[in-house]
Design a protein around this ligand. Structure first.
Ligand SMILES: Cc1cc2nc3c(=O)[nH]c(=O)nc-3n(C[C@H](O)[C@H](O)[C@H](O)COP(=O)(O)O)c2cc1C
Length: 192
């Protein structure tokens, strides 16, 4: 069977964002494994307005053209890895809006998490897990969190994330779980 397709979704879009650094780091690790096909999906390429549809696309087709294009993109993947910032202890609004813009495309697929910030984006990631459950995704256990002085060293001083050696084993565990659940759910979706 072909490798499952995994989207690495960057949660922020601002001009000076940090988000692409951890996205590129985990992309390098994931793409070398050989058991998944990964693609970075950048919300900058999908500048959707704030959600203003008559309903979620579980109930009514989305009218906004960028929203439709976004839904098609989400539908391409078997699983998702959210690279998640923490804005005021929550998920960045641009990511929440993008999550709201699809429904059926997320359903019955696995989701994993890489957070960054003062506490590694842990509070945002925990709330994101609950959002994923409502969208009928299966959130996985192990998260990668770039936190505290390490986050500051990468963010402010430009230290490469690859020099934080302890993160690699956590990244491997996170990706192991993501690929296991992605394959399990892909097989289950194929049966129904
Ligand atoms: C609006 C805003 C709110 C923030 N709130 C938090 C926060 O609650 N916890 C935290 O650890 N960092 C917080 N930060 C700092 C971010 O962790 C840091 O700026 C990070 O680089 C944001 O991700 P981004 O650069 O990809 O946008 C906040 C930053 C912004 C811009």
């Amino acid at each position: 069977m072909a490798n499952p397709k995994i989207a690495i979704i960057i949660s922020t879009t601002r001009a000076v964002r940090f988000g692409e650094k951890p996205a590129n780091w985990i992309f390098e690790i994931a793409s070398k494994r050989g058991d998944m096909d990964v693609e970075i999906v950048d919300l900058r390429d999908y500048p959707m307005p704030f959600f203003d549809e008559v309903a979620t696309n579980a109930w009514a087709p989305t009218q906004n053209e960028i929203g439709q294009r976004w839904q098609k993109k989400v539908a391409e993947f078997d699983g998702y890895l959210f690279v998640c910032a923490e804005y005021n202890h929550g998920v960045p609004a641009v990511l929440k809006n993008a999550l709201d813009y699809a429904y059926v495309e997320w359903n019955r697929k696995a989701a994993a998490f890489l957070g960054y910030g003062g506490v590694g984006g842990a509070r945002a990631v925990e709330s994101l897990r609950l959002v994923c459950v409502e969208l009928q995704m299966a959130p996985t256990r192990t998260g990668v969190h770039i936190a505290g002085a390490d986050f500051m060293a990468v963010w402010r001083e430009g230290k490469p994330i690859s020099e934080l050696a302890y993160l690699k084993s956590t990244a491997d565990a996170m990706l192991d779980e993501l690929v296991w659940w992605t394959n399990a759910l892909r097989a289950a979706r194929a049966r129904t």
